[in-house]
Design a binder for this molecule. Structure first.
Ligand SMILES: Cc1cc2nc3c(=O)[nH]c(=O)nc-3n(C[C@H](O)[C@H](O)[C@H](O)COP(=O)(O)O)c2cc1C
Length: 255
């Protein structure tokens, strides 16, 4: 039992731990940037404006009631409009208040939103197979790299042979979402109380992907089984200031 203790403590909220701690925010350290900038020379792809037109099931009651993890996909591509809607649903910026608060389509503790969204595109109309990063403020993609056999890479990333329900399912999806966290974006405000909140926040993000997917008749599956080192290495993340924490697949549902 002993070895669970530290991990269980992590599940609790303990603001007493912050007594005497001067957070970055309280010390006047500038707030970390909410989005990684594009680098000079990177290809930028402006996404179509998120539109209701892609929705085929608009009833929230039905979307919640029918949501399930879908691991069987047809080979039909998702459209760029559908991808745009899924990205907006998971991290889209709704508005920035006069006080500078960034309001998104998902809740986040203290509005800290520590995530970056990377997508591994296998089959989306109008996009080359490869790896992209989403920039929610501009609602655009930054093209990071082309991948020749992306299905094989996705299978390797998601440890396909060890997937407990349907081995090798993720490589058949149209797109894989990979969420990283930049922990300091929350540590700046919550210090040692940040990390539990980050994991709660990412659950909201993935649930919105499930529900938005359901409204398109696209199937989604959360993926917690993945190769951490490989993911961080593929995305050039140092695994400390930024690391991948969660994946999800999306594709047209096979009946
Ligand atoms: C944090 C998390 C990690 C998950 N990881 C995987 C995974 O690696 N592979 C998989 O096939 N399903 C995964 N799932 C999906 C669960 O297996 C699924 O939600 C559960 O069996 C209940 O089924 P339902 O989503 O259809 O209601 C994950 C779900 C969550 C919330």
């Amino acid at each position: 039992m002993g070895r669970f203790e530290r991990e269980r403590a992590f599940l609790k909220t303990d603001f007493e731990m912050l007594k005497g701690v001067k957070t970055g925010a309280a010390s006047g350290v500038p707030q970390p940037e909410a989005e990684k900038p594009a680098e000079e020379g990177q290809l930028l792809i402006t996404l179509p404006k998120p539109s209701k037109d892609v929705v085929t099931k608009a009833n929230v009651f039905d979307c919640i009631g029918d949501r399930e993890s879908v691991r069987k996909y047809t080979d039909e591509a998702l459209t760029l409009e559908e991808l745009s809607y899924l990205l907006w649903s998971t991290q889209g910026v709704r508005k920035i208040t006069d006080a500078g608060r960034i309001m998104r389509t998902v809740p986040s503790a203290g509005g800290t939103n520590t995530f970056e969204t990377y997508i591994f595109v296998r089959k989306v109309n109008g996009l080359a197979q490869g790896i992209y990063r989403y920039q929610p403020f501009e609602h655009r993609l930054v093209f990071l790299k082309e991948v020749e056999d992306i299905a094989a890479l996705i299978d390797e990333m998601t440890m396909a042979e060890r997937q407990p329900f349907v081995p090798y399912f993720a490589g058949k999806a149209s797109v894989i979402f990979a969420w990283s966290t930049v922990p300091y974006r929350a540590e700046w405000k919550f210090d040692v109380q940040a990390h539990k909140k980050i994991l709660i926040d990412v659950g909201h993000v993935c649930q919105n992907l499930y529900l938005a997917g359901e409204s398109l008749n696209a199937g989604v599956c959360a993926i917690g089984i993945y190769n951490q080192n490989l993911m961080d290495q593929l995305l050039d993340l140092d695994g400390d200031e930024e690391m991948v924490i969660y994946l999800a697949s999306a594709g047209r549902k096979a009946e």
